[in-house]
Write a protein that binds this ligand. Structure first.
Ligand SMILES: O=C(O)[C@H](O)COP(=O)(O)O
Length: 230
């Protein structure tokens, strides 16, 4: 039997988390508070002796910097890391850049809740070439950049990546850290904790708080817990 650990961490507070704007694939940086959250996550891993041996992250600055600051503070900046767009935040379509409260005022709470949390209703698509369309960003060269994504669409790219790239590491007994985003991590937690399409609407993942799953032979061997509470 091979035991392993999976650590999931959502990036620290970003500039647009602070400004309450829909972010998705737009590449905003961490705030000072977000940096402090990333540092604290690393110190917590060190204190608890939960030390990553392999890392995965998205192509987005807020998740990459959170990973690096956390690993630095855990004394683990030397471990191998892999970046993939498949771990990016869910693409927020035409809502990208908009103020969340102004959008509620305009379209109503219920509609905005559906766009934010429904399982399979995507936000309206982003207009190609518009201000926040990441379609021409060189980091996505060769990728069919989506124009919007539901959680279901996000799961359809996150899960195969997890199965192909992350599970083999867990089968080898590694302590894997994934630094990613609110909705790409909701996609993973839905799968790992067996949460239904209905119940996933109620799951929120806080910034900068490491979540830990015990693994045996490449499969979860217990429920998730916050490292701070373990
Ligand atoms: O992309 C965003 O705006 C955030 O990372 C997640 O936002 P949400 O909580 O509205 O899904």
């Amino acid at each position: 039997m091979t035991e392993a650990t999976l650590i999931l961490v959502r990036h620290g507070q970003s500039q647009w988390n602070l400004e309450n704007r829909f972010t998705g694939w737009w590449d905003v940086d961490l705030t000072e508070k977000g940096e402090a959250e990333a540092v604290a996550a690393g110190k917590l891993m060190l204190e608890k002796g939960v030390l990553p041996t392999v890392a995965f992250t998205s192509l987005q600055t807020r998740a990459i910097r959170t990973l690096h600051m956390a690993l630095d503070n855990a004394g683990r900046s030397w471990i191998p890391e892999t970046k993939s767009w498949l771990l990016n935040e869910r693409h927020y379509g035409g809502l990208t850049g908009l103020d969340k409260q102004e959008t509620r005022d305009k379209h109503g709470d219920e509609q905005v809740h559906i766009w934010r949390r429904s399982f399979d209703t995507p936000p309206p698509p982003i207009e190609k070439g518009s201000q926040y369309d990441p379609g021409n960003d060189p980091r996505y060269a060769g990728i069919d950049v989506p124009l919007t994504e539901s959680l279901k669409d996000t799961i359809a790219r996150v899960l195969p990546y997890y199965e192909e790239q992350v599970v083999p590491q867990l089968k080898k007994g590694e302590t894997v850290i994934i630094s990613a985003h609110g909705n790409s991590l909701r996609a993973l937690v839905k799968h790992l904790s067996g949460i239904s399409d209905e119940d996933i609407t109620g799951l929120e993942i806080p910034t900068g708080q490491p979540i830990v799953y015990p693994f045996k032979d490449g499969a979860p061997a217990g429920e998730r817990s916050y490292l701070s509470e373990g």
